[in-house]
Design a protein around this ligand. Structure first.
Ligand SMILES: Nc1ncnc2c1ncn2[C@@H]1O[C@H](COP(=O)(O)OP(=O)(O)OP(=O)(O)O)[C@@H](O)[C@H]1O
Ligand SMILES: C[C@@](O)(CCOP(=O)(O)O)CC(=O)O
Length: 447
């Protein structure tokens, strides 16, 4: 058995800019993780993937080795299953991981039973979430709904899922499960997960979420998107070889991603919390619209991008210097955050995209007024995903915030006709570590 977990993420600063290689993003890894557990099964040539915390979340695949050593993955039709019940992140991760493994001369048809387990904070369905009846001590909940019904909170479930899944398959198939994940292996798993996630997502993202899943908290500069263009598709004649060449990148000439994980973190004495507003956002359509405005108004958008980048990098400098020990100037941090938010609202208004919509502005301003709260932002693409608050790491401050949120009522958003629901604090912390090998005892009752 091989079990790997990967963390969720929050893009504290750099949303939209980081899609362009010219700009960097500040990425925090989170304590919420997704685990993939790979076990051998006796069903030759078949892989069954289960996500047992959700209803109707079992996907069965037949795996066909092609003469080119590419593995074609075909979902079995099951009575009552509609095409919507395909899970493209699982399916593509499986096909790419097995095809990569096949290039490395690993023999035989795969026959695996794979279990996916996710920490609760990825989804908003607290009310229906139950303890595991077979193991009440388990950290994993039974959500009692289907995946489609479980509103996502925006912590990067698909990136953590794809990263843990491809990593567990590669380690298991290549008998690497007993080893630590070396830097070189991590680099290859990162490349493979980026490729699979990008394909599944329709090549819209910068890949910061996969970087966080592999490396944890970091300053991120994306890879050149052309790396994927030269790869072709699973159907192309030379695909398997190209995939292995691109993932392994033996002479380090292909990938130009820059990930600095050494010196970044929240200043000592501060912590983050995330407020889930139980709405969720459609990131791809927001990105398309912002990029459309960027292309239509190159001069105006460039000066906004440059100003935002400067503010973001000032924030990065504060986070880098204080995590190495010096006293943080809370007032500077507060000002940094306010400067970034103001530029984000300008971007919001000019592009006509609700990146920091008025209801989130109200919530952020109200939380920031609480004694001991430094400030907060709409992370990543913004919108109605969970927002981040940075505060003094003291019980009293957290308690004040919790009490405030209990009775918080958002004003109606007349512009976007959206009402945010009950605001709930997620139970996540910032975490430095990326992917890790897990021990199996914590899965009792689930596998
Ligand atoms: N526990 C899970 N088991 C199986 N598949 C999952 C699971 N969690 C997420 N997924 C897959 O990931 C998809 C959600 O990915 P999506 O990129 O829309 O959200 P996200 O990564 O959580 O959010 P964001 O990109 O805003 O941070 C689901 O539709 C499903 O395919
Ligand atoms: C808008 C963007 O820069 C950030 C999206 O972040 P999130 O998925 O909303 O956390 C897109 C990307 O970088 O992939």
């Amino acid at each position: 058995m091989t079990s790997i977990s990967a963390p969720g993420k929050v893009l504290l600063a750099g949303g939209y800019l980081v899609v362009d290689r010219a700009y960097q993003g500040i990425v925090l890894g989170l304590s919420a993780r997704i685990h993939a557990i790979v076990q051998k099964s006796n069903d030759r040539g078949k892989v069954i993937v289960r996500s047992p915390q959700f209803q109707d979340a079992t996907w069965c695949y037949e795996c066909h080795y092609q003469s080119t050593k590419v593995v074609e993955v075909v979902q079995e039709e099951r009575p009552g299953q509609t095409p919507q019940s395909r899970n493209k992140f699982v399916e593509i991760a499986l096909a790419y991981a097995l095809s990569y493994v096949a290039q490395h001369e690993v023999q035989g048809s795969p026959s695996f039973a794979i279990t996916i387990l996710a920490d609760s904070d990825y989804y908003s369905h607290e009310s229906t979430s139950k303890l595991c009846s077979r193991n009440p001590q388990s950290r994993f909940r039974d959500f009692g709904v289907s995946l489609q019904e479980a509103h996502k909170t925006g912590l990067g479930s698909s990136a953590a899922l794809v990263t843990s899944l491809v990593s567990a398959i590669v380690l298991h198939s290549m008998n690497l499960e007993q080893s630590n994940i070396s830097d070189d292996l991590k680099r290859k798993l990162h490349n493979l997960a980026q490729i699979a996630h990008c394909v599944a997502q329709g090549k819209i993202g910068s890949g910061f979420d996969v970087a966080a899943a592999v490396y944890g908290t970091c300053i991120y500069r994306r890879f050149s998107p052309t790396i994927l263009d030269s790869l072709g598709t699973l159907e192309s004649a030379d695909f398997g070889k190209q995939l292995a060449r691109t993932v392994d990148d033996t002479d380090r000439q292909i990938w130009d991603t820059q990930i600095d994980e050494s010196s970044i973190g929240l200043p000592k004495g501060l912590r983050l919390v995330m407020c889930d507003v139980d709405c969720g956002s459609e990131t791809p359509s927001m990105v398309k619209k912002v990029m459309g405005w960027r292309t239509a108004y190159p001069k105006e958008s460039l000066s906004l991008w440059e100003a935002l980048s400067k503010a973001n990098m000032e924030l990065a400098a504060v986070l880098q210097s204080s995590s190495s020990g010096t006293n943080t100037d809370r007032a500077t941090l507060k000002q940094n955050i306010l400067a970034i938010r103001s530029l984000i609202r300008e971007m919001s208004a000019k592009a006509g995209v609700p990146i920091e919509p008025p209801v989130q502005t109200h919530l952020l301003d109200s939380c920031s007024a609480i004694q001991g709260v430094v400030g907060g932002v709409v992370p990543g693409a913004g919108g109605y995903d969970a927002l981040v608050i940075i505060l003094e790491d003291q019980e009293e401050v957290l308690h004040q915030l919790q009490e405030f949120l209990k009775s918080y009522q958002s004003p109606p958003d007349l512009i976007h006709d959206t009402q945010i629901g009950q605001v709930r604090l997620l139970n996540v912390k910032q975490e430095t570590e990326g992917i890790k090998i897990e021990s199996s005892h914590q899965y009792a009752g689930w596998i």
